[in-house]
Design a binder for this molecule. Structure first.
Ligand SMILES: CCCCC/C=C\C/C=C\CCC/C=C/C(=O)SCCNC(=O)CCNC(=O)[C@H](O)C(C)(C)COP(=O)(O)OP(=O)(O)OC[C@H]1O[C@@H](n2cnc3c(N)ncnc32)[C@H](O)[C@@H]1OP(=O)(O)O
Length: 248
């Protein structure tokens, strides 16, 4: 039925490095241009981890030029995913904090494996950073304003049952059924004529995407100012050190 599977593979935690973001955009563009494909299942090849989100090492201790290049790549992937003409279904087979959760929120439908460890949410505040307005918009458009307001301020990571309750995911299924469920949901979405579904998707999502498109450079400048602050760099270093020391 013209369905591709994009399996993220950037061990150990599928962090969204500049290289991963760039390759993801290229793969998506190829699929968009190949008319034999109508849908994509986005999933992970890293056991237990859908994606650890944006790569913290790309936002810490680097040059301004690097931050700018990285942020443009984050924007680009979000725009491509959010406005894709393809049906995108996230088969979430692991934990998905922050950017990992955002990636799934850009999809049209989310199936999450029923494993209490597989938390998801925008936990940026717990790192001492702030989810940008378009991350916030994506969450609001999925779960509504009040749930998003609370989740964003507290940096909540929802276990599967809670994620389902607040509407962050559409279905929670046993782990070994995530892929087959994504495939059967895909069949349902592909039963709708493409042009009508695509126009409707655009109607729902373009106003949100346009807010970023209209001020992409300003958004990059804003990010640069924010991420370069000494206090923010310090927060990121402390968080990364904590992650690294966890093992030791
Ligand atoms: C009004 C003002 C508005 C201003 C707004 C303007 C601009 C906005 C500015 C910034 C916005 C940034 C938005 C950020 C989005 C993000 O996505 S930040 C990333 C958030 N991610 C996380 O918090 C997840 C962190 N990771 C974990 O919790 C765990 O690693 C795990 C995913 C649960 C997996 O656990 P486990 O299997 O036990 O693996 P380890 O923890 O041992 O990790 C293995 C190695 O991987 C490294 N690592 C983990 N996560 C990341 C990451 N996101 N980036 C880079 N590296 C990561 C970890 O350090 C380990 O490394 P070593 O092997 O020790 O070297």
């Amino acid at each position: 039925m013209g369905v591709a599977v994009i399996k993220l593979k950037n061990p150990p935690v599928n962090s969204l490095s500049l290289e991963v973001l760039t390759e993801f955009v290229i793969s998506l563009e190829k699929l968009e241009n190949d008319k034999t494909f109508r849908g994509v299942i986005v999933t992970s090849d890293c056991p237990g981890i859908f994606s650890a989100g944006l790569d913290l090492t790309e936002m810490c201790g680097k040059s301004q030029a690097h931050y700018a290049e990285y942020w443009r790549a984050v924007q680009e992937l979000w725009l491509r995913l959010y406005l894709s003409n393809l049906v995108l279904i996230a088969a979430i087979n692991g934990v998905s904090p922050a950017g990992g959760c955002l990636m799934s929120l850009t999809c049209d439908y989310r199936v999450l494996a029923d494993n209490p460890k597989y938390n998801m949410g925008l936990n940026e505040t717990l790192l001492g950073i702030v989810a940008p307005s378009w991350f916030k918009d994506t969450l609001v458009n999925t779960v509504g304003h009040r749930t998003a307001e609370r989740a964003l301020q507290l940096g909540l990571l929802f276990p599967p049952a809670e994620a389902l309750r607040v509407g962050m995911v559409d279905q929670v299924v046993p782990e070994d059924q995530v892929h087959s469920t994504a495939l059967s949901v895909m069949a349902q979405w592909l039963a709708v004529p493409d042009h009508a579904r695509q126009l409707t998707k655009n109607l729902m999502r373009k106003p949100t995407a346009d807010r970023l498109v209209k001020q992409r450079d300003a958004d990059i400048q804003y990010f640069l100012r924010f991420i370069s602050r000494d206090s923010i760099q310090k927060s990121l270093r402390v968080y990364l050190d904590k992650l690294r020391q966890k093992k030791g």
